[in-house]
Write a new protein. Structure first.
Length: 538
């Protein structure tokens, strides 16, 4: 995978490779490590990539070869218990200590010049935050690409269990480090049996016959929905964001499962005074490495050169660059979110979405959610190939989905920032999940998802409850002639686990009952409106 094949900056050096080095972990366990380097005389900064997904493709090409060609030593290491490294893998317990042990090993290398950066996506981002808990003095820059700092929030959010993403994550952690062929076989096996696993009653343990005994840890993760549970002690690394001073570049995608964490990271780092940049593209968690790699790699390289090589010529002047959907253009911003004006739309009879606020709270529309035939998930923030924007027309034709649609816009409408819904909802059992989505309907009637959110509601039967549902953030232009659509249902399966309708945990429920959900008139969809200023960068 040569740099020129990806339309990336031309390589400056030929890359060399030193595989299978052994680095002692904090407890002495051997951590297998590959070293990529520029074949040239002189001092070069070092980049550390700590991975639980193996050291081969795609990391060997995307980071090892490409960055060595640009003048960096690149150290790609398998976390303990993965990729041939010794010790036992744990989702979060060892990364900080093992990262520091690796830096201590680097200090003894003759080619290490004392300047260190880190880079990587997803859990490779988590290992960076873990190292930053007690950052070594050599650490001068970080590039966190679609990375997480809070495992709890990844598996649980607003009372809903993120089932499909959890299973695919478990698949990757359990099988990807073993090589492409075993991983491909395990992926096909999970795809074939996904429905059987996600409709099991109870869910607990249903994945183990497919993913193997090593995947048993997932039940523990899913069984602790409370963020304050001692189970999560030491796992959530948000404290780093409030005191870090290491310059950090964040790369995210609007349809990435980690997007909300990336936005939180940016906000808290900036508030702490840390030099930070943010790039957000029209990507899912995986498409950033395909259609988005030119932008992501260019951003990464510019940041590393600026902070490790004192070459700031590649940095853009604005701290934020976002891709605006609907316009299909990039814009530079001084802050995220930018200054906006909150505007609300309200559901009304006949499936209309209007600007006029209601004068009372009364039942408006009802639907019946049947967990035996759950409302399916479609697009959005998934790890599967079906992630991202999709035509929602078939989904919206279902009896268990409400839609409210505005009139054709007379001029473009720019939505930039966090979207939310205030829902007043009742159900005949008192227990339900609500899933709410913003869609862009074009002149031909095609309805495409922009952003969405979910929340669990627990109240007395038939008693209305008010809940605010964060629907994440977006940068989207609704062109003139398009219409806003607000979609409301009681689930998105298997993205989220089916709610049993009884108040029991979805993980242990063996009895599922249908639920009649009623939406009330004082519900509202709130959008942050702003004008996208300046010339777009296409």
């Amino acid at each position: 995978m040569r740099a020129s094949w990806r339309r990336l900056p031309a390589g400056r050096y030929r890359a060399g490779w030193e595989p299978g080095l052994v680095v002692p972990a904090a407890d002495g366990s051997p951590l297998l490590t590959d070293h990529y380097f520029p074949r040239a005389e002189g001092d070069f900064p070092t980049l550390l990539v700590r991975s639980l997904y193996g050291r081969g493709l795609p990391w060997s090409s995307l980071y090892g070869v490409l960055l060595a060609e640009q003048g960096f030593h690149v150290v790609i290491q398998s976390c303990r218990g993965t990729g041939g490294s010794g010790g036992r893998f744990h989702l979060w317990r060892n990364e900080a200590a093992d990262g520091l042990a690796t830096v201590a090993w680097l200090r003894e290398r003759p080619w290490f010049d004392g300047t260190l950066g880190t880079v990587g996506p997803s859990h490779l981002g988590y290992t960076q935050w873990a190292l930053a808990l007690d950052p070594p003095p050599e650490l001068k820059a970080m590039v966190v690409q679609t990375g997480l700092h809070d495992p709890h929030r990844y598996f649980h959010a607003h009372g809903a269990l993120h089932l499909e993403n959890a299973l695919i994550t478990c698949l990757g952690m359990t099988h990807q480090h073993r090589g492409l062929v075993p991983f491909a076989k395990a992926t096909l096996r999970l795809q074939r049996r996904m429905r059987r696993i996600t409709t099991a009653q109870p869910l607990r343990g249903a994945h183990i016959p497919v993913l193997g005994d090593e995947a048993a840890w997932l039940d523990d993760v899913l069984a602790h929905p409370d963020a304050d549970d001692p189970y999560w002690s030491g796992a959530r690394l948000g404290e780093v964001l409030d005191r870090l001073s290491v310059p950090t570049c964040l790369i995210a995608g609007w349809h990435d499962v980690m997007a909300d964490q990336s936005f939180e990271q940016y906000e808290r780092l900036r508030r702490a005074g840390c030099e930070t940049s943010l790039l957000v593209g029209p990507w899912t968690h995986t498409s950033v490495f395909q259609q988005g790699w030119t932008e992501a790699f260019t951003e990464t390289l510019a940041w590393l050169r600026a902070h490790l090589c004192a070459d700031r010529s590649g940095l853009r002047p604005a701290p934020v660059r976002v891709h605006v959907g609907g316009e299909d253009a990039w814009h530079d911003l001084d802050a995220w979110p930018p200054s906006t004006t909150a505007a609300s739309w309200f559901p009304s009879p006949g499936g209309r979405l209007i600007r006029q606020a209601p004068t009372d709270s009364a039942p408006l529309a009802s639907f019946r959610y049947d967990p035996a035939a759950p409302t399916p998930s479609l697009g959005g923030r998934l790890l599967s190939p079906t992630a991202g924007p999709r035509d929602n027309s078939a989904l919206e034709a279902r009896d268990d989905v409400l839609t409210f649609t505005g009139p054709p816009l007379t001029e473009p409408l720019d939505v930039l920032g966090p979207v939310s819904a205030r829902l007043t909802v009742s159900s005949d059992t008192g227990h339900t999940v609500v899933f709410t989505r913003l869609c862009d309907v074009d002149a031909q009637g095609r309805s495409v998802n922009v952003c969405d959110g979910v929340a669990r509601i627990r109240t007395t039967a038939h008693t209305p409850a008010e809940v605010t549902v964060p629907m994440s953030a977006t940068a989207h232009r609704f062109p003139a002639g398009h219409r806003l659509r607000w979609q409301i249902g009681a689930g998105a399966h298997p993205r989220y686990a089916r709610d049993p309708g009884t108040g029991e945990s979805p993980l242990d429920a063996s009895v599922f009952v249908p639920v009649v959900v009623t939406l009330h008139t004082d519900s509202a969809l709130t959008l942050p409106l702003a004008s996208v200023e300046g010339s777009p960068k296409r």
